[in-house]
Design a protein around this ligand. Structure first.
Ligand SMILES: O=c1ccn([C@@H]2O[C@H](COP(=O)(O)O)[C@@H](O)[C@H]2O)c(=O)[nH]1
Length: 236
């Protein structure tokens, strides 16, 4: 069983483990995959293009954050990969996000409609860290919603947030504004470095359009079963 709402975060040390996992779906409908720093920096753009050709829905999680001109140039290059989703940080500001949006609009084709997702606050950030380390006085949820509104007004297709904030974000933006939620922990799975976690079912019940799951799948002895259990949980 595959559920297109579940992105598997392929945070593996080498191509060997990735291909071993993906071999399971070789002749079937393929799961959605998230490619982050670890694989992209090692395997590069050609490997991503190859995965796209093989039929995967690809979320490239590079979290761009730079001056507008540099981000726009990066987006232009990344559009050649044909990925479905790309992340950038909302805290880069309106000009940065708008530069990314215009680049997508200028270079998109019928077959290449890459969606931009803005990271609000990383799901590894807590209220306390926001106050004591970053000096922000608003609550974390208020600040996440503020960043989501900025991203919405500046032209992203959605945001990356915790499943805890989806309801407030959709209320403050638009029901169609995508909420993509990492920080997913099925019951009994250690939160590890994540601070704002929810179960797969809670994220979907709160209105998440997609969930991103890494270690709860990839760090288990039976990753395929773990993936299937998560799909079953959100479908029940
Ligand atoms: O706010 C964010 C943004 C991105 N991520 C990424 O999602 C996965 C989550 O991995 P788990 O093992 O399920 O914790 C990982 O690739 C992060 O880079 C995030 O967690 N939070």
């Amino acid at each position: 069983m595959v559920d297109p709402r579940v992105f598997i975060a392929l945070d593996y040390p080498s191509i060997h483990e990735v291909e071993q996992l993906l071999a399971h779906w070789q002749h079937q409908q393929k799961p959605a995959i998230k490619i982050g720093y670890q694989l992209f920096y090692q395997l590069g753009p050609d490997w991503v293009k190859q995965k796209k050709k093989e039929g995967y829905t690809i979320f490239l999680d590079l979290k761009l954050h730079d001056i507008p001109n540099t981000v726009a140039n990066g987006v232009k290059s990344l559009m050649q990969l044909g990925v479905d989703f790309l992340t950038l940080h909302a805290s880069g500001g309106a000009a940065m996000i708008e530069a990314a949006r215009s680049t997508v609009e200028k270079h998109q084709t019928k077959g290449n409609q890459m969606k931009l997702l803005a990271v609000t606050h990383l799901t590894s950030m807590s209220d306390q860290m926001l106050h004591t380390e970053l000096g922000v006085t608003e609550s974390l949820t208020e600040n996440v919603v503020r960043l989501a509104q900025l991203a919405h007004q500046s032209g992203t297709d959605g945001v990356i947030c915790s499943g805890q904030e989806v309801i407030e974000i959709k209320d403050a933006t638009h029901p169609d504004f995508l909420a993509v939620t990492p920080g997913i922990r099925p019951h009994g799975v250690d939160a590890s470095d994540q601070q704002r976690v929810v179960t797969p079912a809670t994220a979907i019940q709160n209105g998440a359009d997609y969930i991103v799951v890494g270690r709860a799948i990839t760090h288990t002895k039976q990753p395929i079963e773990a993936y299937q259990q998560i799909c079953a949980e959100i479908q029940s």
